[in-house]
Design a protein around this ligand. Structure first.
Ligand SMILES: Cc1cc2nc3c(=O)[nH]c(=O)nc-3n(C[C@H](O)[C@H](O)[C@H](O)COP(=O)(O)OP(=O)(O)OC[C@H]3O[C@@H](n4cnc5c(N)ncnc54)[C@H](O)[C@@H]3O)c2cc1C
Length: 417
């Protein structure tokens, strides 16, 4: 009797590892291509701790809203989205401040604040409507074997291995796929922790987002659709530990002291969560048969609220490159070098620009060397007086540089003929 047995494999065109905000969005964006797609997500959507769809709030830019409209999920998100119509930026304890008004730029809002749970629920609901999707969840990808024609993925709990022409790493900052593909990533620990909470204040939220820079790190108070606020308070690690351990009343008093009385007394706080902040950036975003998107490609500091918006443009661009090439060449090898090179080239300037802008803001506002805070005051004042600089900032809501993906311009992807 022969001892050799071959495990049957499930063959797909594209396997997406990580079904968080970005991976789930890519699965939806690929629908018109007619490709066979597998999505592997380690955590159940309704788990108490889902790392992508948690209690954080995310500020979605206008480009992101357009993508979600095109993917058919915005109608489920919109009722729980709070528009940001005004932004107030200040340097704590100093004179410098700047204001941005959406109406002055001819837009309804700079963006929309939504809790990640709402985003997750909307994406899951749409995913459930894709009958052809091979959805493995909860299932972890445990091994990735790269071959010249295909990639083999093993998942746990045990199921037939997947064989894909293209594997997309959407598995977050500590990406297993990125490591398996031998793609290095630079990691810079900011030595800051974001303490996140929902808070009620005497004055209900009314479309204003406050961004305050403090010596420990930036501090954002964002409007929520129910009139409450999403607070992202960045602190040095030890201070964050203390703030996490405070009883509610003490936390509210500390928050009041740090933020001031602009929205009245802080009255109640929900559960707090802490996120250590690092910049993780892969030096290149492709390897043979592998593409990195979202946090697997670059995980940013939340200071400018850009990480997810940028990651979604990775997903939208990859889907667009595939859709366009499939239209011209129905038998396309979706993991070919030509596809990957085009994806990387189209993403380069947006990715580089947003990463540098975000990192630069963290460093500029964290710099307390003599003279620097004064220069910042001046910079904020000049910014406040400069319509051109404000226009440039408001454009960030659509994307930074390079070609804006079709989906982010509200255009559908070409369907496969
Ligand atoms: C405090 C804070 C506030 C933020 N605010 C904003 C904001 O306002 N605007 C904005 O644009 N961005 C914001 N961001 C950034 C944003 O949250 C991230 O960019 C976004 O979550 C990235 O999504 P992702 O799907 O790429 O990665 P993740 O959210 O990390 O998801 C990765 C997914 O992969 C799964 N996974 C991992 N490994 C495996 C495996 N081996 N097998 C199967 N599944 C796996 C995980 O379970 C997870 O669901 C913020 C971040 C923080 C920390």
């Amino acid at each position: 009797m022969s001892g050799a047995t071959t495990t049957p494999e499930t063959v797909v065109d594209v396997a997406i590892v990580g079904g968080g905000l970005v991976g789930a969005s890519l699965a939806l964006a690929l629908e018109p291509t007619g490709l066979r797609v597998a999505l592997i997500e380690g955590v159940a959507p309704d788990a108490a701790v889902q790392p992508s769809f948690d209690d954080r709030t995310t500020a979605l830019g206008n480009g992101t809203r357009r993508v979600f409209e095109a993917l058919g999920v915005w109608s489920a998100i919109a009722p729980a989205a709070a528009p940001i119509r005004h932004i107030h930026v200040s340097d704590a304890g100093r004179y410098g401040f700047a204001r941005l008004e959406a109406a002055e730029h001819g837009i309804e809002a700079f963006g929309y604040v939504v809790t990640n749970r709402v985003l997750g629920a909307a994406l899951q609901q749409r995913l459930a409507s894709l009958p052809a999707l091979e959805l493995r969840r909860p299932a972890r990808c445990t091994a990735v074997t790269l071959g010249s024609d295909a990639v083999r993925l093993e998942t746990m709990p045990a199921a037939p291995p997947l064989q894909a022409r293209l594997v997309v790493a959407a598995d977050g900052a500590n990406s297993l796929v990125r490591s398996a593909a031998g793609l290095p990533a630079d990691v810079e620990d900011y030595q800051q922790v974001a303490v996140v909470a929902h808070v009620a204040a005497a004055r209900a939220a009314a479309g204003i987002a406050y961004e305050r820079f403090t010596p420990d790190g930036p501090f954002a108070v964002l409007p929520l659709h129910d009139g409450h606020y999403g607070v992202v308070w960045t602190l040095a690690p030890q201070a964050a530990e203390q703030v996490m351990a405070m009883p509610d009343a003490k936390y509210l008093a500390a928050l009041q002291q740090a933020f001031g009385w602009r929205i009245g007394r802080f009255e109640r706080v929900g559960q707090r969560s802490a996120y250590p902040l690092k910049l993780t950036r892969a030096s290149v975003v492709t390897a043979p048969r592998v593409a990195l998107i979202g946090n697997a490609a670059q995980a940013l500091h939340p200071v400018a609220g850009q990480g997810f918006n940028l990651g979604l443009r990775d997903a939208a661009t990859l889907a667009e490159v595939l859709a366009e090439r499939l239209r011209a060449q129905p038998e396309l090898d979706v993991g070919s070098d030509a596809v990957l090179a085009e994806f990387a080239a189209r993403r380069a300037s947006d990715r580089d620009g947003v990463t540098k802008l975000t990192d630069g803001l963290v460093k500029l506002f964290g710099d307390s060397r003599p003279g620097v805070p004064l220069l910042r005051d001046l910079g904020l004042l000049l910014f406040d007086l400069s319509p051109t600089a404000k226009q440039a900032m408001s454009r960030l809501s659509w994307g930074f540089a390079g070609k804006t993906p079709r989906l982010a311009r509200g255009l559908a992807l070409p369907a496969r003929t």
